[in-house]
Ligand binder design. Structure first.
Ligand code: SAH
Length: 344
């Protein structure tokens, strides 16, 4: 395992095997979680140890391949190149409650959602915990903006990379690291039911978001193949179990697609589905992806849909679109870059 993916107790054990006292592990851990690019920056670590670590655990900082800053709202989108040459996207959004980083959890995605650019080239590989941490660290360093919130809503399906994602959460939450509160972290899933149950057992204080995008099996399956494996009633039952186990309200994401899932009947069906779940719905006007025939709903359809949910007692917000001028939607920048240079 990469040194930077180790928890502090694991690093302490590892350095102990190398004959070093535990305070050394704490120092190294703290440097790594500050985002040093080289062991030579660890000024309070003896030269010999720096060299030994460099040999055993070469340190690599992701490189900025592209950086796009929105003139509309200050959103910054990064395309990072990882140690093996693969690329992933990270987005920094500036909300009133704090700077929020949206990270990728995989290179590409297996899930095949019809509207999403991340899945077009399939799954290349899953990210290591430190590769997720690096996205947060280096976005903070490059932008000079302190990060207080994280959303796992970039490229990939976080629950398809369960163990690495759990470890990343532990790292980013650790007191000797970035110390970002679990309550400031949201994880979004397309609905892998057994993994939702596994997550519930951990009783984390994170926010769970479910990408729903359809009010029934027929409509959801049309755009989300995962629904064939885990149909909507099983997904909602898992959400209920999750809510009972953690007491945390679940957010449902609903991308509004013109003529597909945005009728008044759809809103009423969604309302019946979510009743009593303590649910909150985020309505997201679809971000048009070049390769897809699907179009966003009209403003009027979105407003009408929201009104039906609200009057039925389910809170719903229309998500403000950030970074509309910088290919900020899931997987769009990586896709564009890959087409232009035929790699990543
Ligand atoms: N795989 C996870 C994490 C991705 S989160 C999941 O499915 O939840 C990214 C969110 O943006 C998901 O809700 C996804 O469905 C949504 N999304 C992807 N492409 C989109 C697009 N073109 N327009 C609007 N929302 C999109």
């Amino acid at each position: 395992m990469h040194l930077k993916s180790m928890t502090l107790p694991e690093m302490t054990d590892r350095l102990k095997q190398m004959g070093l006292p535990s305070f050394r592990a704490k120092q190294v851990y703290s440097w790594l979680h500050k985002g040093v690019r080289s062991y030579d920056e660890m000024t309070n670590i003896p030269q010999s140890l720096r060299q030994q670590l460099q040999q055993e655990y070469p340190l690599f900082a992701p490189k900025v391949v592209r950086k796009q800053e929105s003139k509309l709202d200050g959103t910054i989108k990064y395309l990072w190149q990882l140690a093996d040459g693969n690329c992933v996207e990270t987005v920094l959004m500036r909300y009133h409650y704090g700077n929020t980083v949206c990270i990728s959890t995989e290179v590409g995605c297996l899930m095949g959602c019809a509207f999403c650019a991340s899945t077009l080239g399939g799954l290349v590989r899953r990210l290591e915990p430190h590769e997720m941490l690096d996205q947060v660290l280096f976005t903070q360093i490059d932008s000079g903006l302190p990060v207080s919130h994280i959303v796992l809503m970039g490229i990939g399906e976080p629950l398809d990379n369960f163990d690495n994602v759990m470890r990343f959460l532990e790292l980013v939450n650790s007191e000797d690291g970035m110390n970002i509160s679990m309550r400031h972290i949201s994880l979004s899933t397309c609905g892998l039911v057994p993994k939702i149950d596994e997550l519930a057992k951990r009783k984390l204080q994170i926010s769970l978001a479910i990408s729903l995008h359809g009010p029934n099996n027929e409509k959801r399956s049309r755009v989300m193949p995962v629904n064939k494996a885990y149909p909507i009633e099983e997904l909602i039952a898992a959400c209920r179990r999750y809510y009972d186990a953690t007491g945390r309200r679940i957010h449902f994401e609903y991308a509004m697609i013109d003529g597909m899932n945005d009728s008044q009947e759809d809103a009423k069906e969604l309302l019946r589905l979510l009743k009593g779940l303590g649910a909150h719905v985020n309505l997201i006007p679809l971000n048009h992806v070049e390769e897809s025939p699907l179009k966003p709903s009209s403003k009027k359809a979105v407003a009408r849909f929201q009104q039906i949910l609200e009057s039925g007692g389910v809170t719903a917000t229309v998500r403000r679109t950030l970074g509309g001028d910088i290919d900020a939607s899931c997987g769009q920048l990586r896709r564009k870059h890959a087409k232009e240079i035929k790699q990543c």
